[in-house]
Ligand binder design. Structure first.
Ligand code: RIB
Ligand code: CA
Length: 312
């Protein structure tokens, strides 16, 4: 596999943290140019701190972290600390990281990186509200034609919503930003709940992580334990879906994911269905679609890869 140059835009966040551990542990395959953070699961100050904490635990302080948007484009912020804990990292011990954030806010860093590198060479994984990418597109529309694939965790079709009856959290938290991104025509692969609900941290898989004696595995085991607790407490069941890690696992092993061309539009007008993703498979010209929706995941293969990465 040729190394992928990557920007990770995230709102850590328990599952964002697992995704970061996987990405930081894959230097042979991923050249992480920057981590950009956004308000989402918890406020912007905390998501930036949390990204730096994971970076330090993973020994990857070579990767710059840029603080991003503190509020959505239009709607008021809506945090999800009930699913991620007050710190945003569940029960993981938090501390003030040694290395600071990098100069420059997230949207400007995205523009600068994408415009300074060969067209198509920079991919993105977006695992939180899409505010930073929307701001970057508004500031420099030329990035739309220069970005490589943008792998998004967001949306839902078959599975319904997880924050309202019809909306998934990342899209609901900033529907106007998602609308800007999907209307822009940037090339996206979207892992909605239809995909991520297939990839669950079952008790056997959590036990398998706990059997791995590495710092990353020990931290991910703690994050999984917290995710199991929130799943049992707020949803029911003992196998929390691993939403954000799917973006990194897709970039590392796309062969385990089935993605089909769709037309994806975001509801931004209706209070009842705000943030709903209308995913249309019936296209007059599938070849011209800029959005691909993941319908199927080989979750056994994907979790086997997760275990191999954590064992490094
Ligand atoms: O709906 C799941 C998404 O919302 C994940 O990215 C999780 O971190 C939360 O941000
Ligand atoms: Ca997230």
């Amino acid at each position: 596999m040729t190394k992928t140059s990557l920007i990770i835009d995230c709102d850590p966040g328990v599952d964002d943290a697992v995704a970061l551990f996987l990405a930081f542990a894959s230097p042979e395959d991923l050249d992480i140019l920057a981590v950009t953070t956004v308000a989402g699961n918890v406020e912007a100050r905390l998501t930036a701190r949390n990204a730096r904490i994971i970076r330090q635990l993973a020994g990857r302080e070579d990767v710059p972290v840029h603080v991003g948007a503190a509020t959505p484009l239009v709607r008021p912020p809506i945090i999800a600390s009930h699913f991620h804990g007050e710190s945003g990292l569940g029960d993981l011990p938090v501390f003030e990281p040694d290395a600071p954030c990098a100069e420059g806010e997230a949207a400007d860093a995205i523009v600068s990186i994408v415009m300074s590198r060969p067209a198509g060479s920079v991919a993105m994984a977006v695992t939180g509200p899409m505010t930073n990418l929307a701001l970057a597109i508004q500031r420099e529309p030329a990035i739309v034609g220069r970005l490589g694939t943008v792998v998004v965790m967001g949306g839902a079709r078959r599975e319904g919503g997880n924050i309202t009856a019809s909306a998934e959290y990342n899209i609901y938290a900033d529907p106007h930003a998602a609308d800007v991104v999907f209307r822009s025509g940037v090339k996206t692969v979207v892992l909605g709940l239809d995909a991520t609900h297939q990839v669950r941290a079952t008790p056997a898989r959590v036990a398998a992580v706990k059997a791995i004696d590495t710092p990353a595995a020990r931290a991910v085991a703690q994050l999984f334990d917290f995710a199991v607790w929130t799943e049992q407490t707020h949803v029911g069941g003992d196998s929390p879906p691993q939403h954000d890690p799917c973006t990194i696992l897709y970039l590392l092993a796309p062969q385990h994911f089935t993605a089909v061309p769709v037309d994806l539009q975001v509801e931004t007008g209706s209070p009842l269905t705000m943030g709903h993703t209308a995913v249309e498979f019936r296209l007059p010209d599938p070849e011209s679609a800029t959005c691909r929706w993941v319908t199927q995941v080989d979750h056994e293969a994907v979790f086997a890869l997760l275990l191999r990465i954590l064992a490094r």
